[in-house]
Write a protein that binds this ligand. Structure first.
Ligand SMILES: [Zn+2]
Length: 112
């Protein structure tokens, strides 16, 4: 009756976990979990010597690119609070907050 070696104890770690999805990382800009597509954004543009990357939604990266020049992005660097202080970015983040992580407005669908 008393099983000394339960097969599925609470502390057993599954050893067949190969199908597990990659760990979800939060978006640098909006803080939501990232979806299927994660872009690794350079807060400091690569052309300005930036090496660090942060995970972002494609739509969030598009928003940054649409609202800031490379010089401005370089100036803000890793200071996401500074970027969020921009009214347009703030408005976008508030708007996108309730969207699905995979939501991607048709910003990219043009020129066809
Ligand atoms: Zn995002």
């Amino acid at each position: 009756m008393a099983r000394k070696h339960p097969k599925h104890g609470p502390y057993d770690l599954p050893d067949t976990d190969e199908d597990a999805p990659a760990p979800v990382v939060p978006c640098w800009l909006c803080g939501r979990p990232t979806g299927k597509t994660v872009v690794w954004h350079h807060p400091i543009p690569k052309s300005r010597g930036g090496r660090d990357t942060v995970p972002m939604h494609p739509i969030c990266q598009n928003t940054l690119i649409a609202n800031f020049t490379n010089s401005e992005l370089q100036r803000y660097g890793m200071d996401v609070e500074g970027l969020l202080a921009n009214p347009a970015v703030r408005k976008f983040v508030d708007w996108v907050a309730n969207k699905d992580p995979d939501f991607n407005a048709s910003i990219a669908k043009k020129g066809r």
